[in-house]
Design a protein around this ligand. Structure first.
Ligand SMILES: *[C@@H]1O[C@H](CO)[C@@H](O)[C@H](O)[C@H]1NC(C)=O
Ligand SMILES: *[C@@H]1O[C@H](CO)[C@@H](O)[C@H](O)[C@H]1NC(C)=O
Length: 317
């Protein structure tokens, strides 16, 4: 084929424009049902945030039906039948870490139900192997059934966010450094109560999405029956264009944060813990009965709805 100079110039301009926007991504992983068991590793490790939890290995999780895969459903839950001894380990639960790592990417989490119950502290997040130097992004997180969702970055020092940002959520702090903030990080809360807990579940869940590039991190949430969910998210399309997704719930630009020195490749983590440094600390003020550890030990049936139901996770690069 013979290309004229003008055609080459035109194609080059198109490629450059596309690179500059970086807004179109193609699907690289479509994790559905039993696919979660090959995309993730079960981590039977201690909870660094002192939760009343006992993370079990894959064999135990499957034998006890704490994870369950069928068709387009993947359930991840805590034990809800066992009364615990106060001197023994915490409530059996599951922590999954993705086998793949991601830097620039989009991930869409299609979730029908998230764990609920007093004392619960579920999370879907991304983190590097060297914490906090490679950064952490919490996408879904909350405690004790209290909405809304909070999206948070945790970094090493020297990473702050501008006061004014083009996002729908509310900033809870602009310094992302774990040391400066006693590990609080720079959080952004959704303004939509359907973004978390029983309200999320009663509404049929919805979609969370993260876009991470060299210069920003954005997180969106669309409730299940929202008129604003983009067509490529709703349909599970093989490519997505984040330019059409509207204003994100949370925006973290690199204005006062050098991304190359604060973020490394991240694994996706899904976990469910109880009590500990956050859920335990605010348990009573969140209106929950008794004390957190006693409640988790002695009321197994209160955790019948302490489960994630994932319709799927789609990764685009
Ligand atoms: C589980 O998730 C919580 C919430 O993000 C986190 O603080 C805690 O450290 C996690 N536990 C483990 C073992 O990763
Ligand atoms: C395991 O859990 C799934 C999902 O909650 C449920 O449909 C199934 O009946 C359970 N299996 C057993 C043996 O309890």
């Amino acid at each position: 084929m013979k290309c004229s100079v003008s055609t080459i110039t035109y194609l080059t301009a198109l490629v450059l424009a596309d690179t500059a926007l970086g807004a179109t991504y193609s699907i690289s992983d479509n994790i559905v049902g039993n696919g979660f068991n090959s995309a993730f590793t079960y981590q039977a490790i201690a909870d660094p945030t002192n939760g009343r939890v006992n993370y079990v290995d894959q064999a135990t999780a499957q034998a006890d039906n704490l994870t369950y895969a069928s068709g387009d459903t993947f359930i991840l839950r805590a034990d809800y039948t066992t009364t615990l001894s106060a001197s023994g380990p915490g409530r059996n639960s599951v922590r999954l870490q993705s086998n793949a790592q991601y830097s620039t990417h989009v991930a869409v989490f299609d979730i029908r139900h998230m764990p609920q119950g007093c004392g619960t502290w579920p999370a879907v997040w991304e983190v590097g192997a060297d914490w906090p130097n490679q950064g952490e992004t919490d996408i879904i997180e909350g405690v004790n059934d209290v909405p809304p969702d909070q999206v948070t970055l945790h970094t090493s020092s020297g990473c702050t966010m501008p006061d004014s940002r083009d996002m729908t959520g509310t900033s809870e702090g602009t310094d992302c450094s774990t040391t400066d903030t006693n590990n609080a990080g720079c959080g952004v809360q959704s303004t939509d109560t359907n973004s978390y807990g029983p309200d999320f579940n009663n509404n049929g869940g919805g979609w969370y999405a993260i876009e991470r590039t060299d210069t920003f991190i954005k997180v969106w949430f669309w409730p299940r029956n929202s008129g604003s969910v983009p067509g490529d998210v709703n349909s599970g399309a093989s490519s997505v264009d984040t330019d059409n997704w509207g204003t994100p719930m949370a925006l973290f630009p690199d204005t006062d944060c050098d991304f190359s020195s604060h973020f490394g490749p991240h694994n996706i983590i899904i976990n469910l813990t109880f009590c500990g440094d956050w859920a335990g600390a605010v348990y009573s003020s969140d209106g929950c009965p008794g004390t957190c550890v006693d409640y988790v030990n002695n009321n197994p049936s209160a955790f019948a709805n302490a489960y994630f139901d994932f319709a799927g996770i789609r990764i685009y690069t």
